[in-house]
Design a protein around this ligand. Structure first.
Ligand code: VGL
Ligand code: ZN
Length: 214
């Protein structure tokens, strides 16, 4: 028999956006063990605190018939993205490992876009940049959103200063109105203040930051 599903942390909270519509997609960025679990190799401070917010958002989106798309950092064991191979990051989210798996408390769906699969940095859910050639290649996300008739996106996940930021900036570059939920994201903060600077950069690009301290 199947093991019972682990309990899901879901919270109720008020937010003042328009309700989801089928033309709004929720993008859930990289809620994977290496980022979200305190024992992960690139664990983001406070990441587990976003899970109830992210799950509540997923439930709202599903109830409204909005597509929910999950991105997943999905690196080969050796990639110029990792410090030991010339990049800046500890080894993380290696394909088929615990660290690359979605956090066990995350409410899952079937629409997953993997990135960084062939040695690219893959910060954005929309495109991946080859760190050696500088070439940018698209992921499946754009086609998926277009096919679903998506006209705007809401973004939550990890990390504010890398994959959330890159995904939000690309969403704007492709012409989507984009909202990032401040309670549903957390920053790596390699340098103190990176998270706040990322929020400002996103705002400058026309991203709506919702729930930010006023
Ligand atoms: C990420 C650093 C390296 C992210 C991915 O998901 O924000 N950060 N790879
Ligand atoms: Zn990565």
């Amino acid at each position: 028999a199947d093991a019972p599903a682990p309990p899901r942390a879901v919270c109720r909270y008020d937010r003042d956006v328009t309700a989801y519509e089928p033309s709004t997609a929720l993008l859930v960025v990289d809620v994977q063990n290496d980022f979200a679990d305190p024992a992960g190799s690139l664990s983001v401070p406070g990441a587990e605190a976003i899970l109830p917010v992210v799950n509540a958002e997923i439930e709202r989106a599903i109830a409204a018939g909005s597509p929910v798309v999950y991105t997943q950092d999905w690196h080969p064991p050796s990639t110029p993205h990792f410090a030991r191979d010339g990049g800046i990051w500890p080894v993380h989210c290696v394909q088929e490992t615990w660290g690359a798996a979605f956090h066990p408390e995350l409410v899952l769906g079937d629409s997953v876009v993997r990135k960084g699969t062939n040695g690219e940095d893959g910060y954005s859910g929309f495109s991946m940049r080859d760190p050696t050639t500088g070439e940018t290649v698209p992921t499946a996300l754009q086609g998926l959103l277009r096919h679903a008739g998506v006209k705007s996106v809401v973004i939550v996940g990890l990390a504010t200063d890398y994959c959330v930021k890159a995904t939000a900036l690309d969403a704007r570059a492709f012409g989507y109105p984009a909202t990032v939920l401040a309670l549903g994201v957390r920053a790596v903060d390699l340098e103190a203040g990176d998270g706040e600077r990322a929020i400002e950069e996103m705002e400058d690009a026309g991203v709506t930051i919702e729930g930010a301290p006023k």
